[in-house]
Ligand binder design. Structure first.
Ligand code: UDP
Ligand code: MN
Length: 395
């Protein structure tokens, strides 16, 4: 009996030992092969993608790329943009005329020329906007457009679309400020083409290059409408674009409003509707579009409801002229281009105003492609951003 117990104990411990050994072997093997896996596949990621990714992120942390001003919600501003050149059979993308125009103006100037000064664009408003009715006694608007070497036809389309789609009793005037352009067709030829609107259009020519900030201030100082409406020089307004803006400013003079900015494709010049978005910015002080939550569009107004917006894109907005003066307009020490949109946004919110995007007002804007190396603009953007930081942000 005793020997049986001893034998069973011996066999028991032997089996236990074998199991432990097998278990150890199994765990060890797994561990090694896991280690092998880890050192094999990420080697690729590490050496290529991660390194690239880190480089891109690192670069973008050092210096915001000034030529990418608007980033859509689903675009990642740290990623390089993919080339957009699509080759189609019926367009000669290699002609020197196309290439020169694209490099100079950032969009397809051959198509722009063939479109001429007027065209119809699709009505991109939500159907619910059609039910809105606007009073006939809204305040008047001075439309202020500054330009520097703008492509002739894009500028004309901006002006003609405003004339064609704005009830004339709301349109006090259009004020054009030429920021020392040197293109020949923006001189006498432009005067000649605007002649038919004499009385409705003022054309001011800067004696020195002022940049868009001071140019807009020059325009504002010559305006006499109740509301200032700023546009870039490559826009096309849509149906009933102005009335929602004027109505909002009439209701609350401290309310600054932007239309929803539709996209005019730089290559095809097609007019595309934009989703309802709001303006925001990141800590590189780059402007970007941000998502609007679905619950914000749940009510009876749906996607036509005004959207509170921390920031504006800058080129297109309406502001009560007295309120603009009250908040001291722009920072006139800023140069050329850049960061003025965020500076004004902060100024509005911090001086008792509000900023909204009104989805029932639609204006198309050519999303230009800027050449990457523009040291003058980079310098201005950095300088302007630093001014903004010193004035409006804490430590
Ligand atoms: N602009 C100007 N002077 C300058 C730079 C720009 O008058 O020194 C004008 C430009 O022609 C355009 C507007 O300012 O009408 C906004 O510039 P842009 O469209 O290049 O800026 P973005 O659309 O990228 O904000
Ligand atoms: Mn623009």
């Amino acid at each position: 009996m005793r020997s049986i117990i001893i034998q069973s104990l011996l066999y028991g411990s032997l089996t236990f030992g074998i199991w432990i050994a097998l278990l150890y072997g199994f765990i060890h093997h797994n561990h090694v092969s896991n280690l092998e896996k880890k050192t094999q596949e990420p080697a690729l990621i590490w050496s290529l993608e991660k390194k690239l990714h880190r480089q891109v992120t690192h670069d973008s942390e050092q210096m915001p790329r000034p030529y990418v001003r608007f980033v859509r919600p689903d675009e990642d501003e740290t990623k390089e943009r993919k080339p957009v050149l699509k080759f189609s059979k019926d367009f000669n993308y290699s002609s020197s005329e196309f290439v020169d125009g694209f490099l100079k103006y950032g969009f397809n100037t051959i198509l722009s020329k063939s479109l001429g000064s007027e065209r119809e664009v699709p009505d991109t408003r939500d159907k619910r906007c059609f039910q809105n009715h606007y009073p006939t006694n809204l305040p008047t608007a001075s439309v202020v457009i500054c330009f520097h070497n703008e492509e002739f036809h894009a500028l004309l389309r901006t002006v003609f679309s405003v004339i064609n789609l704005t009830p004339h009793h709301f349109l006090e005037e259009i004020i054009l400020i030429d920021d020392l352009s040197d293109s020949d067709d923006l001189k006498d030829k432009l005067d000649y083409h605007l002649e038919i609107f004499r009385g409705k259009i003022k054309l001011i020519r800067n004696k020195k290059r002022e940049g868009l900030i001071r140019s807009r201030m020059v325009g504002a100082s010559r305006a006499s409408g109740d509301v200032l409406v700023f546009l870039d020089s490559h826009c096309e307004v849509n149906k009933v674009w102005l009335e929602p803006l004027l109505q909002a400013v009439a209701k609350d003079p401290k309310m600054v409003v932007c239309p929803l900015i539709d996209v005019i494709d730089s290559m095809t010049l097609e007019y595309w509707p934009s989703p309802v978005v709001r303006g925001a910015f990141n800590w590189h002080l780059q402007f970007k579009w941000d998502h609007v939550f679905s619950y914000e569009m749940d009510g009876p107004e749906g996607p036509t409801r005004p959207i509170r917006s921390p920031a504006m894109a800058g080129g297109i907005f309406a502001i009560n002229r007295h309120f603009f003066n009250e908040i001291r307009q722009y920072d006139k020490g800023m140069n050329l281009w850049g960061a003025e949109n965020l500076e004004l946004s902060l100024r509005i919110w911090m001086c008792g105003g509000q900023l909204f995007i009104l989805p029932c007002s639609r204006v198309g804007h050519v999303s230009k492609h800027r050449p990457p190396n523009q040291p003058e603009l980079t310098k201005a953007m950095t300088y302007n951003s630093l001014r903004l930081v010193h004035v409006w942000l804490d430590e």
